[in-house]
Design a protein around this ligand. Structure first.
Ligand code: NI
Ligand code: MN
Length: 228
C-alpha cells in the first residue's frame, strides 16, 4: 500500500484500489499549503478520529464533491446527516470493528476531547487500528499516552504506528517514545506537530530518542509518500 502524509494528521492510504483519507484538515493547514489543496483529494473513504477543526477540516466539502464514505464515531456521522444532509456514513464507537471490502477497521480509545468548530459535542475521540493487505497500522489520533495501549496489538503486531508528538494538546516526543516501548511497532511516523505555535517542536528530539532506544522512526515531509 502507498501512504502519503500531508502534514498535521492528514494521511492518505491507497490500498486494494481504494483511497482512504484520514483527518482531512487541508484548508488552513500551513504544512499542506503549496503541497495539496482539498480539491485535489479524491478519497473513496474518509476516516475521522474526532471533530476538532484540525481533523474535521475539509470533510464536508470533500465528501460532498466525491461522495466518499465517512467512517467516524456516531456523533460525527449523525452531525453530517443533520447539519450537512450527508448520509454516506458508517458510524462506529470505541472498541468496535467492521470489515469493509478493503480492510478491517477498529476504533480505538484516545484520551482527548472532541467538539466541532461550532461547539457541538463530537462524542469521544478515537484512534484506529487498520488491517490492510495483511498489515496493521495504528493511527493514535489526538491522545496522551495511556496504559491500555499495551492491549492494542494482536500477536502479529503493529507494522506502522502514527503517533502525535506536538505536545500541548497531545503527548510529546518523550511520551511518544514511551508509547513505542509498549506498542512495539516496526516503524513509527510522527504526526501532529509544527502546524501551529503551540505544537512547534524539534522533530530531532523525537528521532534521537527513538534512535537511542533502538526503535525505528521515519519522518515524512508534507507530500512525501512511503510504501508499506
Ligand atoms: Ni484534537
Ligand atoms: Mn488536533
Amino acid at each position: 500500500m502507498t501512504i502519503t502524509f500531508f502534514g498535521h494528521s492528514v494521511i492518505q492510504i491507497e490500498t486494494n484500489g481504494t483511497t482512504l483519507l484520514v483527518d482531512p484538515f487541508v484548508t488552513g493547514n500551513g504544512l499542506a499549503e503549496g503541497v495539496v489543496s482539498a480539491d485535489d483529494l479524491n478519497p473513496d473513504v474518509i476516516l475521522l478520529t474526532h471533530a476538532h477543526g484540525d481533523h474535521w477540516g475539509d470533510t464536508p466539502a470533500i465528501a460532498e464533491r466525491t461522495g466518499a464514505l465517512v467512517v467516524a464515531n456516531f456523533e460525527i456521522t449523525s452531525y453530517l446527516g443533520r447539519v450537512h444532509s450527508y448520509e454516506n456514513t458508517h458510524p462506529m464507537n470505541t472498541g468496535g470493528s467492521w470489515t469493509f471490502d478493503w480492510g478491517r477497521v477498529t476504533q480505538t480509545y484516545a484520551r482527548h476531547s472532541s467538539s466541532f468548530p461550532d461547539g457541538t459535542y463530537g462524542g469521544n475521540p478515537n484512534g484506529y487500528l487498520l488491517r490492510l493487505e495483511g498489515k496493521c497500522l495504528y493511527l493514535a489520533g489526538d491522545t496522551c499516552a495511556f496504559s491500555e495501549m499495551s492491549c492494542l496489538a494482536d500477536d502479529k503486531g503493529i507494522d506502522v504506528a502514527f503517533l502525535p508528538i506536538g505536545d500541548d494538546f497531545t503527548m510529546g516526543s518523550e511520551e511518544a517514545v514511551e508509547c513505542v516501548e509498549v506498542l512495539k511497532p516496526r516503524l513509527t511516523v510522527p504526526i501532529h506537530y509544527n502546524t501551529f505555535p503551540y505544537i512547534e517542536v524539534d522533530v530531532s528530539r523525537f528521532t534521537n530518542a527513538m534512535d537511542a532506544a533502538g526503535y525505528e522512526a521515519r519522518v515524512l515531509a508534507p507530500g512525501e509518500t512511503m510504501e508499506v
